[in-house]
Ligand binder design. Structure first.
Ligand code: ADP
Length: 431
């Protein structure tokens, strides 16, 4: 009977342990999901759980590099002298007595019951002496991080007293090591994906700006021409008898104003072309739209397209990347112009209407054209990467626009209009 009672309480203990382990594993998975770009919180969660569940004093994570290994996270009370000599981030060459060297050799967990009884310590290998005497490590367990059978790092837990880890604890640390590898891999993929997306968005932006070259040179030329006209007038006022210095001064003011206008336009174009990481600005959508309209005006006029704006006053500012949002609008306008430039001349008025209205607590922007509209095929494929019906098209514009809007927690969609034309709309919630 006593035996039965004991085994029942044993069983209860085991179940409680398993529940705790499961909770820890899901906590780590949550950390992986919640932190796609930053590994540190994931490493911390893993080490906190591994040390707690295995009753370890310290935990550490290291990643292999060409010249040795780098400690990337630590948990537990670290001796300050040790921490100063071996700070986080330092690349440490792998000495022959180092448990890490044994891990590399065997490719499987290294479990040392008492580091102070180990040959490397008895040989007075300085790294091991420091681990025992400074860091206070006695029992030490090191589990490999394996990615497709390649050793990429190790997860270690240590105790300051001599007390070997159980098989169950070793299995648990092995599970945590597998999760660390998954986190590393998913963050790497996420980073690669972001970089590729940024490069594509940049390429698309340059391509779009290329299509706007007529418009851009017009925008830059206009203030320069005006400045020259004012300068000629100033010269006339100066050579008058007597010179009219009041008029000269006024002309000079106007020249300065036009000069600034030209440099603003160039600054805006440079902003749209330059490759920069996404920002969080306070964006007044109406101003952003008006700037884009100014840049695309000549392009539209060259194609006999009229651009009209209907911007609701007092829209709430939204938070986001101003340049990216402008890129979306430039894309939608250029697409609309291109769609209409293919339609038969004089069939109907070619017009782009841009409106911005309050939407929920944010804004909704619409770009409507009177072009050929959207066929069922193109309606279902518009936002697919590389879908294009243009001979020179890249087919990336709308897919990039959608990912930009979604990164701003908004939506972008398209609908055909009656009797002709397409309407693209996007929403940006206020944050
Ligand atoms: P691209 O402009 O390089 O083709 P996009 O992703 O910007 O790439 O557009 C994909 C396709 O969607 C275009 O090739 C065109 O067929 C269609 N499309 C986009 N905007 C419009 C529009 N305003 N009217 C009709 N079709 C459009």
């Amino acid at each position: 009977m006593r035996h039965l009672v004991r085994s029942r309480s044993e069983l209860q203990k085991q179940v409680a342990e398993l529940v705790e382990q499961r909770a820890a594993i899901s906590e780590v998975l949550r950390a992986v999901a919640n932190s796609p770009h930053d590994l540190q919180p994931i490493f911390d969660t893993i080490l906190i759980n591994a040390t707690r569940l295995c009753g370890a004093t310290y935990g550490g994570l290291l990643l292999f590099e060409e010249k040795g290994y780098r400690s990337v996270a630590r948990r537990g009370p670290v001796n300050p002298v040790y921490a100063e000599r071996w700070p986080l981030g330092l690349v440490e060459p792998i000495g022959p007595g180092d448990p890490v060297a044994r891990l590399i050799e065997s490719g499987s967990p290294v479990h040392i019951a008492d580091l102070a009884a180990d040959q490397a310590y008895l040989r007075r290998d300085p790294r091991i002496v420091a681990l025992v005497e400074l860091a206070g490590v006695r029992t030490c367990l090191l589990v490999p991080l394996l990615k497709n059978n390649e050793l990429i790092g190790a997860l270690g837990i240590n105790r300051e007293q001599v007390q070997p880890f159980t098989d169950r604890q070793i299995d648990l640390v092995t599970d945590f090591a597998a999760q660390t590898t998954i986190a590393l891999e998913s963050t790497r993929r996420e980073r690669q994906y972001r970089e590729a997306q940024m490069a594509l968005a940049h390429a698309n932006r340059i391509a779009t700006m290329g299509q706007l070259s007529a418009s851009i040179s017009h925008e830059v030329n206009q203030p320069i021409t005006a400045a020259v006209t004012y300068a000629l007038a100033a010269r006339r006022w100066l050579s008058a008898e007597p010179p009219d210095l009041g008029e000269v001064s006024e002309a000079l003011d106007l020249i300065i104003k036009e000069g600034n206008r030209a440099s603003d336009v160039i600054g805006r174009i440079r902003g749209l072309i330059k490759k920069a990481p996404p920002r969080k600005d306070v964006v007044f959508i109406n101003d952003a739209i008006l700037e884009v309209v100014a840049l695309t005006r000549a392009e539209a006029a060259n194609n006999d397209v009229l651009v009209r704006t209907q911007l609701a006053p007092g829209l709430p500012p939204v938070q986001g990347d101003r340049v990216q949002l402008q890129q979306v609008m430039v894309n939608l306008i250029v697409n609309a112009v291109q769609a209409m430039s293919g339609t038969g001349e004089g069939a109907h008025e070619l017009k782009i209407s841009i409106d911005a209205v309050p939407f929920e607590s944010g804004v909704r922007v619409g770009v409507r054209d009177t072009g050929p509209g959207l066929s069922p095929e193109s309606l279902s494929r518009l936002f697919e990467p590389f879908y294009t019906t243009k001979p020179e098209g890249m087919g990336m514009g709308l897919s990039i626009c959608r990912s930009i809007i979604e990164a701003h927690s908004g939506r972008l969609w398209a609908i055909p209009c009656e009797p002709h034309g397409a309407l693209f709309q996007f929403t940006i919630p206020a944050t």
